[in-house]
Every structure is written in C-alpha cells, then in structure tokens.
Ligand binder design. Structure first.
Ligand SMILES: [Zn+2]
Length: 606
C-alpha cells in the first residue's frame, strides 16, 4: 500500500527533474531562455478577499487583534537604546529584547502584518499604528548604523525591516516609509556580510560570533528584488544579486539534494529568494532550484505537509523522518515553516500554474498552522507541532519567539493565497467561505464561495457580474480527488481531472452557480519507506490524528479498520473506528485542544 500512498511525492520529484532538464536545455540554447513560460498568475490585493466565518477568518482576526495591541514603546526600545536615545517603557520580554540575542528582530514582521491587516480591513487604528511605528523607528536610524554594531543578526534583522517598510509603502500606509527604507539600507550596509553565508559563519571583523551568530543572509534577495521593483533603487538590485545563495541553488537545480543537515525554515525561505530571482532576473536556473528544492522537501515531508524535524532536513531514504517520531518533540517549526511554505508554493503555483502546489499549501494550512494555539498577550506562542506518539500542543517556553513574528503574517496571507488571476480568468485555489472581488475584462466581478470544506465535501460558488462576461473559472481539483463532480446551474459537467485546475470557460452571467463535489477520499500514508507500518490517516486534505490517553499503551490498529473511520453523525469534527479493542477517536489537528494525540500510528497488516 505504501507504494500507492507515496506516489504523489514521487510525482513531484519527477516534476522537479523535468524542470531541471528544461533549465539545462534552456541554458544550452542561446538567448530566449525563459520565453516558453507564460506570465505568472497575478495575486489579488489583500482587500479583494473577505473571508466569511471559519478557521481562516478566525486566525486572521485573532492575529490582527494581537499585533494591534502590541506596546509601541516596548517594540521601539531595542532601536532607541542601541541609538543611545531615551527609551521609555518596558522591554517586551523574550527573544528579541534589547539585550537578548537578536534585538528587535520581529519589529519589521509586525509592521508587515499590521500593514497587511490594514489592507484587508481598512481599519483606521491599524493605519495610525503603522504610521506611528514607521516614524518612531525612523527617528532611531542614525548614519553610523548604531543599531547594527555588535549585532549578531544584522542581515536577519535588516531583512525584516525591509519587508515591513516595503509593506507600509506598497500598501499605501505611510509616505515616509520609502525614505526610511533608504536610510535603513545605508545604516545596515557596512555591517552586512560580503555574500550569502551559511549559518554560523558570519562575524564582523573583530567580533567572534562563531558560536552563536546564526545570521541568515541567504534569505535576503526576495525582499531586495521586491524593493528594487517598487523603488527602482539599484542598491536593492545589487544587494539582491550579492546575497543569492548560488552554491545552494545551483546544486538543487542540478538535482543534487543539498538539503540534509541544513536549517529547515530558513532554507525553505531562501527558495522564495530563488523564485523571486527568477521573476526579477529571468534566469531559469533559479526557477529550477526552487522547483527541485520544493520537490526534495516534499519527498521528506510528514503527511501533514510539515517538514524538518528538530528544524533540520534529513538524509532522504535514511529512515530518519520516521525515527524522528521518537525521542524529540520538535517535529515541525509550524508558524515560520508554514509562512515560508505558503510563500514558496504561492510563487510556484503562480509561475507554473500547477495546482499541486495548492494541494501542498492546503495540507500545511489544515494540518499545521490553523491548529496553532493563539499567541497570548504575554508573548507565549505556539512553535513546534509534535508528531510523537503521545503529543500535546504546547507553547514555546520563551516569550515572543520567531514564530510570534511569522504567525500574524501567514494568517494575513491567507487572503492572497485564495485566488489568482490572469487575462483569461480567475483561479480558485483555497476553498474557504469568502467574497472575492476582482477585475476581469475591465469590469468589477464578484465570486462568493460557500462551503464547510474540508469538513464537508461540497463547495458552492456564485458569480456576481454587472453584465455577461467571457472568462475562465479555474477550479483546483486536488490530486486525491479522483471522482470529483461539477454542476453548473444544476447541470452536470464532465468529471474534472484530478491534480489540475479544471478550466470552465464560457460566457458567465450574474447569479451563475457552480457546485463542486469532492469525494470523501481516504488513504494511509507511511512516514517513510523505512517505516511502512507507521502511517497517518488522511480524509481528503485532513490528517486525522488519533486521540490517546496519557501514558496508556496505544495498540496498533488494522489498516482497513483505520480506513473505515466514520465522521461523528452530529456533525462534530471527530471520527471514530470501532475495533476489537474498543473505540478509537480521531480528530484533525485544528480541532485538537488539550488532548494527547498521535499524528501517526502503527498498523497491522490487513
Ligand atoms: Zn519560528
């Protein structure tokens, strides 16, 4: 059975290999290297997607409220103190305090998150907070670059500031953001390393950070290329090129698996720099690196879509992924990992139009990040998903860790991950209750999505159009949805192909209604080939995790019993299997609260 189960993962490897062949062919041809690719799909603006009630809307709302409540003096304190200025108020506490190991590192991320929530909601208090933060931060930037002196993370922190200021500029919140970005770059320049350097290597002359400098200069190009696109300032193009991690990217593009032993989140994040480098520079090697890298990550992912046990990639085929289910609880660095995964799959989906990147995004959405416990007002935050046998959800012991910077950003990004457009039509990627507004054929169009997916298998979509319009409504048919069905205004359409976008092209009229029915597909997925009897149960995109008693022995279960799990008849988010040993309860990760759970379980042969 594991043969069938792992096919999807191998498909991606084959697909990545094709990308590498295409790159080598393009590289050996002269000139027109990237000519064959159509233009990437466009993202919608943040405000063009409004979610209805459901887990995506809830998590975005919670995180908006959190970043809006952050104490501004506490956020600014590391910048003020390091500039030798008066710094009223208290420290925020945790990882990024003035005298902690990476001062101010989440400030830029929260500026990004606030800007994105303003773009979604138009909330005046959010707008005002971004303006105050940009201006108060600007007042701490001095020409000497005091902030970056004796700073172990100059590149890491500068990159996040660039992202925050770009979002404030791009989303129209503050007209001083662009000038502040220019001053920030001048201040940081003398302290940035000469090139993309592996973790642990970077230290300024005269400063020995060899034991504890984990600067991540290889993640910089993405924001630098975007800054170049927005401001036209050549310094950003130069910095983008300077920090491209070519030794990593060329290895991946060649098909060499350069992942094992590398820090997981930051190297997945670096692949977004490769994708943005492809978009900005047109060099297909960078696209091949991003696609191959993604395929290699996918081949060593958990069934949840998460990856990188103990924050590192393992040796493929070594059985290390399965072995990681015992002995350590750090299975997937969830908010940071999900943030990087969403960005990378969004790039690759837009560039290749391959719907399977959306399938992968959806697995990470429902099985990891949506199940994160909300960040507490005191900074306690969810960090690792735990896939060991008797796991429980928990906060990181430290306050305001890295994952408190990324969770508010990824929850805002659900809006721009839902639909994409091109000149011919719209692509629906995530099936969540939402109102979508977009422009097609130069007219304002609306699409409302009603669904309880993935708990229910039906998705209803209704168009609102000022006049009849010819365009293509492309619906993602997940790779596992072998027998999906489609109705347009009640009339059956041919069975759509799974693993693709179903292109519905016609003259659409207002109130036209499309109903997609996805099958209740069940499968078992082994953690890796070395552990064929350690499996996760999937119902569509959902991993159903076994609820277990603390410290009780968890008995193996028969494969076919597990596959027969029945959803609670009253509509609860719980599944059950009756076995000879009693009743086994299963829940999706986002519905697990304080219970002990097991993401994987031992199965007996059928
Ligand atoms: Zn993190």
């Amino acid at each position: 059975m594991s043969d069938i189960i792992n096919r999807g993962r191998r498909d991606f490897l084959a697909f990545g290999a094709l990308a590498a062949v295409a790159w080598r062919q393009a590289a050996s041809a002269t000139g027109a290297a990237a000519a064959a690719q159509p233009a990437p799909l466009s993202e919608l603006a943040y405000g063009q997607v409004q979610f209805g009630a459901g887990p995506l809307e809830r998590q975005a709302r919670e995180n908006h409220r959190l970043v809006l409540s952050l104490d501004e003096d506490a956020l600014l304190r590391p910048f003020r103190v390091r500039a030798g200025q008066r710094a009223p108020g208290q420290e925020l506490g945790g990882w990024y305090d003035t005298y902690a190991f990476a001062p101010g590192a989440t400030f830029g991320q929260w500026m990004s998150a606030l800007s994105r929530y303003y773009a979604i909601t138009g909330d005046a208090a959010t707008h005002a907070k971004v303006q105050r933060l940009v201006r108060a931060y600007a007042a701490t930037v001095d020409a000497r670059g005091s902030f970056y002196r004796h700073n172990r993370f100059p590149a890491y922190t500068y990159d996040k500031l660039v992202g925050g200021l770009l979002d404030a500029e791009k989303l129209g919140l503050d007209d001083t953001a662009r000038a502040t970005l220019a001053r920030t770059t001048r201040a940081a320049l003398p302290y940035l390393p000469p090139r993309a350097m592996p973790r642990n290597e970077h230290a300024q002359p005269g400063e020995d950070f060899s034991q504890h400098a984990w600067d991540e200069s290889y993640t910089l190009p993405e924001n630098q290329f975007q800054a170049w696109g927005i401001t036209g300032e050549r310094i950003h193009l130069q910095l983008g090129r300077r920090f491209l991690y070519d030794e990593f990217f060329t290895a991946l593009a060649r098909g060499d698996n350069a992942l094992p032993g590398k820090h997981a989140y930051s190297h997945v994040n670096a692949l977004s720099s490769a994708a943005q480098a492809y978009l900005s520079l047109g060099n297909p090697m960078y696209l091949a690196a991003a696609q191959q890298g993604f395929a290699m990550i996918n081949a060593q992912s958990f069934a949840t879509g998460g990856w990188g046990p103990d924050e590192h990639f393992v040796i493929p085929g070594s059985g290390a992924l399965g072995a990681s289910l015992e002995g350590q609880n750090k299975s997937f660095e969830t908010p940071c990992g999900a943030y990087a995964h969403f960005k990378l799959t969004r790039y690759l989906l837009r560039i290749t139009r391959d719907s399977r990147y959306g399938d992968s995004m959806e697995r990470v959405l429902y099985n990891t990040v949506l199940g994160a416990i909300p960040i507490q007002p005191d900074g306690h935050a969810f960090y690792y998903s735990d896939y060991t046998g008797q796991a429980r959800k928990a906060f990181h012991p430290d306050r305001w860790p890295c994952c408190s910077g990324t969770l508010p950003m990824v929850a805002a990004d659900y809006a721009i991950s839902t639909c994409f457009t091109d000149a011919q039509g719209i692509y629906v990627n995530l099936y969540a209750p939402a109102q979508i507004n977009w422009t097609q054929n130069n007219v304002h169009c609306g699409l409302s999505i009603e669904t309880d997916y993935p708990y229910a298998s039906g998705v209803s979509m209704t168009l609102r159009l000022p006049s009849p319009q010819l365009f293509t409504l492309n619906l993602r048919i997940p790779n596992w949805a072998r027998d999906a069905s489609l109705l347009i205004n009640g009339k059956p359409e041919p069975t759509p192909q799974s693993g693709q976008f179903a292109p519905l092209r016609r003259e659409w009229h207002s109130a036209d209604r499309v109903e997609l029915q996805l099958p209740d597909a069940r499968s078992l997925e082994s953690v890796d080939a070395a552990h064929p009897d350690t499996v996760a149960l999937l119902a569509g995109p959902l991993v159903l995790m076994r609820i277990v008693e603390a410290d009780a022995q968890v008995l193996p279960i028969r494969r076919d019993d597990l596959l027969r799990a029945q959803r609670d008849r009253n509509g609860g988010h719980e599944w059950q299997v009756t076995t000879g040993d009693g009743v086994v309860k299963l829940k999706p990760f986002l519905d697990i609260d304080a219970e002990h759970y097991s993401a994987y379980q031992m199965v007996l042969p059928s």
